[in-house]
Design a protein around this ligand. Structure first.
Ligand SMILES: *Cc1c(COP(=O)(O)O)cnc(C)c1O
Length: 218
């Protein structure tokens, strides 16, 4: 089932769209199966879980952190993380920059923008996003590369609303791209990735459609 799901998702993605396979709650054996089928980019949302899995899996996996990150935990992943998709404050950006410098590397990040109407979702306001981006362009974070934007749409059956939120983020992405080249617009999950791609996403974060339902009781 796992590999069938994986290949089915791959077949639905245009060539220019990157797949981030969201492996949270799933054991390393299942991640390894997908790895062996050719997948290299995986997403986790918890630092603790990522730290346990990373040493048990091949070192050429590009790990993306996709969940809310507390500043005091950046140090645990700074040595190996490929991309932090969930940057939602200046304080966090500063800490990532500091820890990346310690490891003598540059860490790729996406600014997570709040596009949903629910107040449970983390993310920067539009004005904050623009301010942070400007500071980045001015050279404030030398050990960070802001490579794009990430957003999560409202959890709703209203396709028009979801579409509006995705289109909104795409417009912001295009606007910022005029000031400095960006490469990644991360939006779309198992339930809404075709719509996200239609709206301009070039990276999607897909978990349950590949790995099946998550069991949080374990
Ligand atoms: C869990 C998660 C996903 C994947 O969700 P699915 O619906 O299982 O595809 C995508 N993005 C973020 C930020 C997540 O936490």
């Amino acid at each position: 089932m796992l590999l069938t799901n994986f290949h089915s998702i791959k077949n639905q993605l245009p060539n220019h769209v990157q797949l981030v396979a969201v492996s949270k709650t799933h054991p390393v054996e299942r991640i390894k199966s997908i790895y062996d089928a050719g997948q290299r980019v995986f997403g986790e949302n918890k630092v603790q879980e990522l730290m346990e899995k990373q040493p048990q899996l091949p070192s050429d996996i590009q790990w993306h952190l996709i969940g809310h990150l507390q500043t005091n935990k950046v140090k645990y992943i700074a040595g190996f993380i490929d991309t932090i998709q969930s940057v939602d404050s200046e304080k966090l950006l500063e800490e990532i920059n500091k820890q990346a410098e310690k490891h003598n590397r540059k860490i790729k990040v996406l600014l997570q923008v709040k596009i949903a109407t629910e107040d449970t979702k983390y993310g920067l306001e539009i004005s904050e996003t623009k301010e942070l981006f400007l500071k980045f362009i001015q050279g404030c974070f030398p050990n960070i590369a802001i490579v794009g934007l990430m957003g999560m749409a409202t959890f709703t059956n209203d396709q028009q609303q979801v579409k509006n939120e995705f289109m909104f983020l795409k417009r912001l992405y295009d606007q910022l791209s005029l000031q400095y080249p960006l490469q990644t617009l991360s939006m779309g999950m198992s339930d809404d990735f075709p719509l996200a791609i239609e709206c301009g996403a070039n990276s999607v974060r897909i978990g349950s459609a590949i790995f099946g339902d998550r069991d949080y009781s374990k």
